[in-house]
Design a protein around this ligand. Structure first.
Ligand code: ADP
Length: 358
């Protein structure tokens, strides 16, 4: 047990064991001095051996007494602190014997308290962020649901108020109400998907597959919608090779459907949607380019935000929920890959995402 006697902060740098020894040395020295002084004044005589024995006895007894009391004191204080900072109930494992008197135990506790305070501050910040996010999310959702509900309400009450007696109006209003019900369903389904993705509940089933074949399937799925708008779905020249990737096939299918469908929705009739593949070192870059309306610069950073629409009426007319790109981004990020967009208004947009090469 080396005692630091030189420094200014002599007591600060000692372990509790060293402090007990210093206190015992001080007491032993003081008592011995008193006895020596009294003997000098002739009150009694005491031999050198007697003085040495007295010094050693006081030192040993005092040291053990100090050691015991300091350890017990520290144990009670530290236990109290641990009760506050450790959330789990403390089992009987922390006893006064566990207080290591040869370590700078108070510095250790201080460090633990600092770490605890820091962790708490981080958790609080996280909770605050989540609360803001939840509030915004609920606000967005109710805002989105309001319009179709309001529309359905309007059609039904108008029918009940007499419009249903006119067969033509009745069919027209029922069709419109049905369209709004479809919209509600699409929003709820997309919200469910986002919820699962954000909760990390959507387990990715990684398999190897050919992204070119998958894009071909997506072209077939959307062929009718493309034909309706006279839009050509093509591969970039030279992109007819096979590109094997490792990803969750079903969710990447959803990504491709969303991006290709957007390219159809946001293009003038007679446009072209082109899919390209670029073979990079460790990944395949997939790009979906259209010759559509494009996205102004100021909107580009937000198109992946949920419920964000550049042209609200165009999106709603096309049955969009404003959640498609947000889902796409979540899926790509769940694969630890990236997605980006380039666009020029009036010329078209290109959405590109990467996939791990198989
Ligand atoms: P939506 O259901 O409205 O299509 P998305 O999340 O898929 O929602 O897209 C968000 C917005 O981004 C759209 O409302 C549209 O304004 C814009 N957008 C998406 N894809 C394109 C595209 N290919 N060309 C132009 N604008 C697009």
């Amino acid at each position: 047990m080396a005692i630091n006697l030189n420094s200014d902060s002599m007591y600060k740098n000692q372990t509790p064991g060293q402090l007990s020894l210093i206190a015992a040395l001080t007491s032993a020295a003081s008592i011995t001095m008193v006895v020596v002084l009294l003997s000098l004044f002739g009150l009694f005589t005491v031999s050198f051996e007697g003085i040495t024995l007295l010094f050693l006895m006081v030192l040993v007894i005092d040291f053990y007494a100090n050691y015991y009391f300091v350890r017990h004191y520290l144990y009670r204080k530290i236990k109290l602190i641990y009760k506050v900072i450790h959330r789990h109930k403390m089992s009987g494992e922390f006893t006064s014997e566990k207080v290591d008197m040869d370590r700078h135990i108070l510095s250790d506790v201080e460090r633990e308290v600092d770490e605890w305070a820091e962790k708490n501050a981080r958790e609080y910040e996280e909770m605050e962020k989540m609360a803001v996010y939840r509030r915004r999310f609920i606000g967005d959702v109710s805002h989105e649901l309001k319009t179709p509900i309001f529309n359905i309400q309007g059609f039904i009450y108008t029918l009940l108020d007499g419009a249903m007696d006119d067969p033509e109006v009745r069919t027209q209003y029922l069709n419109r109400a049905a369209k709004n019900v479809d919209r509600l369903q699409a929003i709820v389904e997309d919200l469910e998907t986002i919820n699962k993705l954000e909760a990390g509940q959507m387990a990715l089933e990684l398999t190897e597959f050919d992204i070119h074949d998958l894009a071909n399937d997506v072209f077939s799925d959307l062929e009718m919608r493309a034909n309706d708008r006279k839009i050509k779905l093509i591969f970039k020249e030279g992109a007819d090779q096979h590109y094997n990737v490792r990803a969750d096939k079903e969710s990447i299918h959803q990504v491709m459907v969303n991006l290709v469908y957007n390219s159809i929705k946001y293009s003038q009739e007679g446009g072209t949607t082109k899919v390209s593949f670029y073979d990079m070192e460790t990944y395949i870059l997939v790009e979906i380019s259209d010759s559509g309306v494009g996205i102004p610069d100021e909107h580009l950073p937000h198109v992946f935000d949920r419920f964000y629409r550049v042209d609200k009426s165009r999106s709603r007319d096309a049955g969009g929920t404003g959640l498609g790109l947000s889902i796409v981004k979540h899926i790509i990020e769940a694969h630890k890959q990236t997605i980006n967009v380039r666009s020029t208004p009036g010329q078209g947009s290109t959405f590109g995402f990467t996939l791990e090469k198989a």
